[in-house]
Design a protein around this ligand. Structure first.
Ligand SMILES: Nc1ncnc2c1ncn2[C@@H]1O[C@H](COP(=O)(O)OP(=O)(O)OP(=O)(O)O)[C@@H](O)[C@H]1O
Length: 259
């Protein structure tokens, strides 16, 4: 396979700015500055950076939730901001840090997971029921959980439900925005292990946006260090993490690994 065929997501020269109002004065804040990189099929890319460095903004642009000012995001060669169609909605999913606010508290677990299925697919009612059973079990919860409501679940269980919803349309790519950050450490590890298993089972590719390097070393194949809306450094093989050159990346790394 040529290396171009092996690329799932190609990000070229993305820029984004917001207009801020301060004391009746308007100013422009550049949040993303000429960002380019690519994600290979079946891989997990980590994006790490300080708070406010633009990671979540980038995540929203990569999943088509928000438009860039300039630049192109191509998914399997198609510009996602031009072709915002049903096909892409099925192929790209997102899991957020805040699992509580990302579900409707009045929906049962079955309704939460079925949401993308009923909107996007032509499955019949009994086929949806079958699919729900498969999905809840594939995130390590029993069928009995389908009847529960969000307030009857732990944080880890609710994030599993959000992951089941994210894989419901059998996407090729999932954006994980601080997806384990709100969980305690042992639950974080359980969810990361689950994500590894699902990646293999469903042939998924991930981008993991986080400020936590341990998460990245646990699950990612490569990492981008992000600073002030720009790529400061890119390590294409996580095994070479200790070879980082820039002070900023080293500072983030020093916090968790001793040289
Ligand atoms: N809709 C918006 N309108 C105005 N400014 C915004 C908007 N969204 C983000 N910003 C600003 O863009 C900058 C980057 O925010 P972003 O959430 O992308 O950073 P981040 O790296 O994900 O931070 P954190 O790790 O704290 O979530 C911040 O200064 C933020 O205030």
């Amino acid at each position: 396979m040529s290396s171009e065929n092996n690329i799932l997501l190609k990000v070229s020269n993305i820029t984004k700015s917001y207009t801020e109002k301060k004391f009746l004065k308007k100013s422009v804040k550049n949040v993303l500055n000429d960002v380019s990189f690519s994600l290979k099929k079946g891989k997990c890319l980590g994006i790490i950076g300080e708070s406010g460095s633009g990671k979540s903004t980038l995540g929203r642009i990569l999943t088509g939730i928000e438009n860039a000012d300039n630049g192109i995001v191509e998914f399997e060669g198609k510009n996602i901001h031009v072709k915002k169609n049903k096909y892409l909605k099925r192929e790209i999913s997102i899991v957020f840090q805040n699992y509580v606010s990302s579900v409707n508290p009045k929906f049962s677990v079955a309704e939460i997971i079925a949401e993308p299925l009923t909107i996007e697919s032509r499955l019949k009612k009994d086929e949806i029921q079958e699919e729900l059973k498969k999905l809840i079990e594939s995130v390590g919860l029993s069928e009995e959980f389908l009847q529960r409501f969000p307030n009857e679940l732990s944080g880890g269980q609710l994030q599993r439900v959000c992951i089941a919803r994210a894989i419901a349309t059998r996407p090729k790519f999932i954006m994980l925005d601080e997806a384990v950050s709100s969980l305690d450490v042992s639950t974080q590890v359980e969810i990361l292990d689950l994500l590894q298993e699902l990646k293999k089972e469903y042939n998924l590719s991930y981008i993991f946006v986080t400020h936590d390097l341990l998460t990245i070393t646990y699950i990612c194949d490569s990492v981008i260090f992000f600073k002030d809306g720009k790529i400061e450094e890119e390590i294409s093989d996580i095994e070479n993490l200790k070879n980082i050159k820039k002070d900023y990346s080293r500072k983030l790394l020093n916090a968790v690994i001793e040289f």
